[in-house]
Design a protein around this ligand. Structure first.
Ligand SMILES: Nc1nc2c(c(=O)[nH]1)N[C@H]1C(S)=C(S)[C@@H](COP(=O)(O)OP(=O)(O)OC[C@H]3O[C@@H](n4cnc5c(=O)[nH]c(N)nc54)[C@H](O)[C@@H]3O)O[C@H]1N2
Ligand SMILES: Nc1nc2c(c(=O)[nH]1)N[C@H]1C(S)=C(S)[C@@H](COP(=O)(O)OP(=O)(O)OC[C@H]3O[C@@H](n4cnc5c(=O)[nH]c(N)nc54)[C@H](O)[C@@H]3O)O[C@H]1N2
Ligand SMILES: [Mo]
Length: 773
């Protein structure tokens, strides 16, 4: 059923990233989405001081840029929201839910913006219009009927702005639970859980200024040309300054090779481009932990040599002595570690490890960035802590031009966590919240995303409320997740466009359509701004400028406030008063959360303000008050290792990743331009050697089956093999189609993030390519 925009073909991409190809795509998207001409000016206001925050990604802007920063995928995100197409109640009168289920995710998205609140009617299997009042009454009725508030779970996707997120967590905690599954659980959670034990806070330590001063940049597991296109502009400058950029990634991603900057007319006109990464290191999937540990071991060995030769130390001993604990135990563990094991587990030959380690040692100001390639594995927390160890060895934290730079996904995913969207809140946060709002917040930790699904399966969670997102297919183990959602008494989706999660619903179900970030949000006749925090802890305000997609939309903030009012009444919190003027919510945030002093005044300044990150200032909010080295062993008894022992070289490791034409579960088109895939998504990248070894040919159709130890069959059928430059034993395919392969029980230890980039799988010849859906 996958409909192609044009003929399916594979055609390697030989140009630089971005450039004219990106401009062409922008034009195509504006036309395809039928974006009204009047809305084009929206594009010029993206990330401008008086405009709106791009809903595309969390990469920061220069001074909330004064020059127009061109971003193809930002335009796609805006065009998707500014589309003139509408999914009105007529659409839902025409189709039953069962019929809509037959449409692909791409087709669902293309019905356009939802216009009215809808309620599921089981008798007709259709969604019918409902008034807002009745919708909120239905939610309140369900929530009040539960025996225990912990039987409800409240999901947040990272587009929700600070004001809505703050009110949401307040409402949920007043109601009585910490069940806050969120998209971050599937994303940078290993960063957010791993860094506090090393540097004291789960956020990055750099700002854009540091990119101007670094001499070495290590990019781990990221595909910025697709997912953070504006980051390429920064990499371009770093490269032109002569700094060394290394990409550590099983794939040689095109956008990290050469880049033609659409913001620089000369480069566009002369068809020239800037080389980006000069060195590519290609670990096997999930091999980064061993690789980083190997670099650390090498740094230590070089330091030993320096001591015996009487030359300059390689370790930053002043930093280690003054600022850290645990170094001796860490160093002892490194010395005892076996080189052969590190080489085997990383999949990187010793010469290349040494080359990378030498680059690291030479760098006086090193920044490391990382994305999903590091966070979606069983060993992700250990990997990120090892990366932090490595940076601490040479004092590369809290110094100009150096530091840790996790690159987050959703535009406000970091802000939502700051606002308290956290299933494991600190007691300090709860104390403040309880004091300001005069109540005793629930103390017991709540469910994260995976635990929510498990609790639904066990009948322990019965009501699901989603503030944005597409829970049913962003999550792992799709058939079990669907069973879980369908067992719920009520599912509520606050959303801009139709998606699969509206069709995989509870016995009662609501679709609540909301304003997007590009739209004017009028409350009491006054346009409201909302605030967001980017990946580098800059907080700024965003004003929509387009006419709302329908007169019957409510803002997310208003929807949350009215859920609160309907469920809890106006006694403890005057929900309406807050929703009338978002500045009042910002005052409340200032009262509860550190770093927001003078919030309204400071955020009104162009560019907003930096929230302050203690580790950046070498203040360590850890148990010891110092930055902490943490030793970790290489784990060689994992489900992946056991699967390989059982199945030998037939066993492949699969990563699931994004194509160029998607925003997570939103499929804009069927191409993945930089990887040369056109008109199709059901492909699997495979090394030529593996093709031969397994007895397949390029273009053959296969079924995928995961290897897990619980006896549940997990499969995804009908994928075309594409010969690709990917390490032996590793496969790549797109998400969300491959989520049925990810076991709920396969996650990052200590963070609960699905291990969706190291899935043990076996291939078999497809029963029929037509099984593709
Ligand atoms: N246009 C667009 N922009 C987006 C998104 C989108 O879907 N579309 N999504 C947003 C979100 S929520 C997020 S989190 C970010 C995601 O942005 P990224 O972090 O770039 O995520 P992925 O596309 O999943 O790809 C991760 C990269 O990791 C590599 N990789 C996979 N496994 C490993 C490994 O074991 N080790 C190493 N070193 N590398 C590995 C892959 O080859 C790939 O290049 O982008 C955000 N921005
Ligand atoms: N296998 C595999 N699974 C993964 C990943 C992977 O790499 N591989 N990546 C994971 C990652 S990093 C993430 S972040 C999650 C993403 O998980 P989610 O955040 O749940 O998914 P999205 O696809 O970003 O959500 C898109 C939906 O959000 C709604 N939406 C868009 N804009 C707005 C808005 O302004 N307000 C509201 N209320 N709704 C809006 C639209 O209805 C749209 O359909 O997926 C995770 N799942
Ligand atoms: Mo993400």
């Amino acid at each position: 059923m996958a409909k192609s925009t044009h003929d399916a073909r594979i055609e390697p991409y030989t140009h630089a990233a971005a450039g004219w190809g990106a401009l062409k795509q922008v034009a195509i998207n504006l036309v395809r989405e039928r974006v009204p001409g009047a809305h084009y000016r929206t594009l010029l206001k993206q990330n401008q001081p008086d405009g709106f925050d791009c809903p595309g990604c969390a990469w920061p802007d220069r001074e909330h840029a004064s020059t127009f920063e061109f971003c193809e995928n930002g335009v796609k995100a805006v065009a998707a929201e500014a589309t003139s197409k509408r999914a009105t109640p007529d659409l839902f009168a025409r189709y039953t839910v069962a019929e809509l289920m037959q449409q692909s995710d791409y087709e669902l998205e293309f019905h356009g913006r939802l216009t009215d609140p809808l309620v599921y009617d089981a008798a007709s299997d259709k969604y019918l219009p409902i008034s807002w009042d009745d919708a909120f009454a239905l939610i309140a009725d369900h929530l009040k009927r539960l025996d225990d508030p912990n039987e409800a779970a409240f999901y947040t996707s990272g587009r929700a702005a600070n004001e809505a997120a703050f009110l949401f967590q307040l409402f949920v905690r007043l109601y009585g639970t910490n069940n806050f599954p969120d998209c971050s659980n599937m994303c940078h959670e290993p960063t957010s859980r791993g860094l506090p034990n090393t540097v004291g806070i789960g956020k990055g330590t750099v700002t854009l200024d540091d990119f101007e001063h670094c001499d070495t940049l290590l990019v781990f597991g990221q595909n910025p040309a697709t997912n953070h296109p504006r980051m390429l502009g920064e990499l371009r400058e770093v490269s032109r300054r002569g700094a060394t950029i290394v990409s550590i990634n099983p794939l040689r991603e095109r956008g990290l090779e050469r880049f033609t900057s659409p913001s620089h007319p000369t480069e566009m006109l002369t068809m020239s481009s800037t080389p980006i990464a000069t060195v590519f290191v290609r670990p096997k999937l999930s091999g980064d932990f061993a690789l980083i540990k190997a670099i650390a071991k090498y740094v230590l060995e070089r330091d030993d040599e320096a001591i015996s030769n009487g030359t300059k130390r390689v370790l930053d001993t002043a930093f280690i002595d003054e600022h850290t604990t645990g170094f001796d135990a860490f160093a002892a563990d490194l010395r005892a570690e076996d080189w052969a094991l590190l080489i085997e587990e990383s999949g990187v030959p010793r010469e290349e490890i040494v080359r990378l380690a030498e680059i690291y040692c030479k760098g006086e100001r090193v920044i490391v960035t990382w994305g999903m390639g590091l966070t979606q594995h069983r060993n992700s927390v250990a990997t990120i802590q090892m990366l932090s160890n490595l940076m601490m060895m040479r004092g590369n934290i809290g110094r100009r031009g150096a530091g840790l730079c996790p690159v987050r996904g959703h535009s406000n995913v970091q802000g939502d966590r700051t606002m308290g969207i956290d299933e494991k809140p600190s007691s300090a946060f709860l104390d403040r919240l309880g004091k300001v709002f005069r109540f005793e917040p629930p103390r017991e930790h709540g469910y994260d995303t995976i635990e929510t699904i498990q609790a639904m399966l066990e009948g322990k969670v019965k009501v699901f409320v989603g503030l944005g997102g597409n829970f049913s297919i962003a999550t792992p183990d799709t058939p079990r997740t669907w069973e879980a959602l369908r067992a719920c008494a009520l599912t509520v989706q606050v959303t801009t466009k139709l998606n699969r999660s509206h069709l995989i619903h509870g016995k009662d179900a609501l679709i609540l359509p909301t304003l997007g970030r590009t739209e004017i949000d009028l409350q009491d006749g006054v346009a409201q701004g909302v605030t967001v925090e980017d990946s580098m802890s800059m907080v700024h305000i965003s004003y929509g400028m387009n006419k709302p997609a329908s007169p019957n939309l409510l803002s997310e903030t208003a929807i949350v406030a009215r859920m609160g009012e309907a469920t809890l009444g106006q006694d403890k919190v005057d929900w309406r008063w807050y929703a009338q003027d978002y500045a009042r919510i910002r005052d409340a945030i200032e009262g509860v959360i550190d770093g927001f002093d003078d919030f309204n005044a400071r955020v009104a300044k162009p560019g907003g303000f930096h929230l302050g990150v203690a580790s950046r200032d070498r203040v360590w909010k850890t148990a010891s008050g110092k930055a902490q080295f943490i030793a970790h062993a290489v784990d060689t008894d994992t489900p992946l290792h056991r699967a390989r022992q059982k199945h030998g070289e037939q066993l492949m490791t699969l990563m699931t990743t994004r194509s160029h034409d998607q925003y997570n579960t939103t499929i804009y088109g069927q191409d993945d331009r930089y990887r040369g895939v056109y008109g199709q998504r059901r492909v699997v990248f495979i090394n030529r050697g593996d093709l031969e070894m397994l007895g397949f040919a390029n273009g053959d159709w296969v079924d995928l089956k995961s290897v897990w130890e619980d006896g549940i069959e997990r499969r995804a059928d009908g994928f075309m093999l594409v010969e690709y430059d990917i390490p032996r034993g590793s496969l790549g395919a797109y998400y969300p189609e491959t989520n049925p392969l990810v076991p709920l029980e396969s996650f990052a230890i200590g963070a609960g993030t699905p291990a969706s980039k190291s899935i043990p799988v076996l291939l078999s010849r497809a029963a029929s390519p037509l099984q593709a859906r």
